[in-house]
Design a binder for this molecule. Structure first.
Ligand code: NAD
Length: 503
């Protein structure tokens, strides 16, 4: 069984890299085998051993860094419009290979195939969106009170290190690659050691579409080895990290030693607030999608459901009944709504959190504390009668587990929602427009929805408050992150004054 699983995954990978015998790093146009520690992968749907490969180590980082430095110069020397045109070609290339890429992503991450299809489509849109920006984001002329022409240039950071997690590999890869290369940067992308496949393919397809060799290098291996070696490499000028707060803090610490700027996109414990006057049917359906989609392995998941006490029992029953009907199944099955948790460590964490919630006095309104017979499957779980001080209400579970907390007043809802170290997202459900805006203005979060949840778009800025990180991705704000400003002063006077000190 294990051999068959490994072979199926390898076949899907070989669709893109016909000569591959396993995973390697994609550096300067080649798939390069690592010679570091072994990375053993497991199939999320069965728990069986899958492919294994060797960590790329510092050698691969050094190769990638020098390739990126050369490629970045050539890429930045193109016209802005030419870079944009190449990015449109990347989108076309991705669409051409969408189905095999989605299948590879599903096999390699345990995500349902329909989610993977959606994410690949989004990645193509990201390359188009930022391809469009390539020649539309530029400096300004500033009317200074001297005889100078003063203007600004938006210049690339140079070579950027991107470190991404396992929960949405292809989405996160496109999300960060597209704005980076649009602004003329080269990239060393270090996907999670558990889910390197789709990022390797995107790097390769981008090159096929016209991105210069060495501009996008995808490094396979562990964070402590590959990512840390890259942070220490002088070629790296900026670090963009998507992952857990603990790792984010470690990365920022290492980056600080080189005074490297960082963007940190971290976790969340977002409050989905339901008032008694809300459209309860729609709110209940959306509350399920908010937490259970992707098996809850989503940074913006609506993991704390705050419900006004007058409708609490009714609403929790609606969400719990819905949870029981969700189709949990094999990732490659078209009908599957929720697949397994991506990996064993995370599965153990989720199961431990459910048990700890029940032990602490929460009611198991849906779900189970039983482990699955095979694979890392978790039933959609609703923990009711939770107090915000309980561990299940404070720790990011990152699984299909929602905690339902009752509240009485608007003030109390806001207080509970903000009683967390995180600040990634949140939502309010009410028909009272004034209340909706009042609440939206008072919740500490980078994204907030009114009568909805989880709509995100490449055009709209995204990022965290507090422990959810800093810096912004998506939209025009990502372009500021991937550029630096140079102020240029040009003397225009016939007989300019010279002086010591500032003019
Ligand atoms: P993680 O922090 O364990 O790993 C993320 C990446 O960091 C991986 O590539 C990993 O190899 C690397 N890494 C690990 N240790 C490292 C070290 N010491 N030095 C350098 N790199 C290191 O996160 P995860 O478990 O893969 O992902 C889940 C987390 O990601 C959750 O907290 C989730 O909320 C968060 N996340 C946030 C967003 C967002 O946009 N805010 C999006 C998706 C996921």
């Amino acid at each position: 069984m294990a051999q068959q699983i490994a072979d199926t995954l390898l076949e899907a990978f070989k669709h893109f890299f016909p000569n591959a015998s396993t995973v390697g790093s994609y550096v300067n146009g080649d798939l390069v085998a690592g010679n570091g520690e072994l990375v053993q992968l497991y199939d999320a749907a069965t728990g069986e051993r899958s492919l294994a490969y060797k960590d790329g180590g510092a050698e691969v980082v050094a190769l990638a860094a020098s390739a990126a430095t050369a490629a970045q110069k050539a890429w930045w020397a193109l016209t802005h419009a030419a870079r944009g045109r190449v990015m449109f070609e990347v989108a076309r290339e991705l669409r051409k290979h969408a189905e095999p890429l989605a299948r590879l992503e599903s096999l390699g991450s345990g995500k349902p195939i329909r989610d993977c299809r959606g994410e690949v489509a989004k990645v193509a849109e990201m390359f188009e969106y930022y391809g469009g920006w390539a020649d539309k984001f530029y400096g300004e002329v500033i009317p200074v009170p001297t005889s100078h022409l003063n203007y600004t240039r938006r210049e690339p950071a140079g070579t950027v290190l991107q470190i991404t997690p396992w929960n949405a590999p292809v989405f996160t890869c496109g999300w960060q690659l597209a704005p980076a290369i649009s602004m003329g940067n080269a990239v060393l992308l270090k996907p999670s050691e558990l889910t390197p496949f789709s990022s390797l393919v995107v790097g390769m397809l981008a090159e096929k579409a016209g991105v210069p060799k060495g501009l996008i290098n995808v490094l396979a291996g562990y964070g402590q080895t590959v990512a840390q070696a890259a942070i220490a490499n002088k070629a790296i000028k900026k670090v963009v990290f998507v992952g857990s707060p603990a790792t984010g803090a470690r990365i920022a610490e290492a980056a600080a030693k080189r005074v490297l700027p960082c963007v940190l996109e971290l976790g969340g414990k977002s409050a989905n607030i339901v008032f008694e006057d809300a459209d309860l049917k729609r709110a209940a359906l959306t509350a399920q999608a908010a937490i259970f989609a992707g098996a809850g392995q989503s940074c913006v998941a609506g993991s704390r459901l705050l419900v006004q006490r007058s409708v609490y029992d009714e609403f929790v029953a609606m969400v719990s009944n819905g949870a029981k009907k969700i189709k949990v199944g094999m990732p490659t099955d078209d009908a599957t709504e929720i697949g397994p948790i991506c990996n064993r460590t995370q599965y153990d964490h989720v199961m431990k959190m459910i048990a700890s919630g029940v032990e602490a006095g929460a009611t198991l309104a849906a779900g189970s504390t039983e482990r699955s017979d095979a694979g890392y499957f978790v039933s959609p779980t609703v923990l009711a009668n939770v107090d915000n001080s309980m561990d299940v209400a404070r720790t990011e579970i990152f699984g299909p587990v929602v905690v339902a907390i009752p509240f009485d007043t608007e003030e109390e809802a806001i207080q509970i929602a903000n009683d967390t170290e995180f600040g990634l997202a949140g939502a309010v459900w009410t028909k009272d427009v004034a209340r909706a805006h009042r609440v939206a203005g008072q919740i500490n979060a980078g994204t907030f929805w009114v009568n909805g949840y989880k709509t995100i778009n490449v055009a709209s800025p995204f990022g965290g408050y507090g422990m959810s990180g800093y810096g912004r991705s998506s939209g025009v704000e990502a372009l500021y992150e991937y550029t630096q400003t140079k102020s240029v002063w040009v003397e225009t006077a016939k007989d300019p004054a010279t002086a010591f000190g500032y003019l």
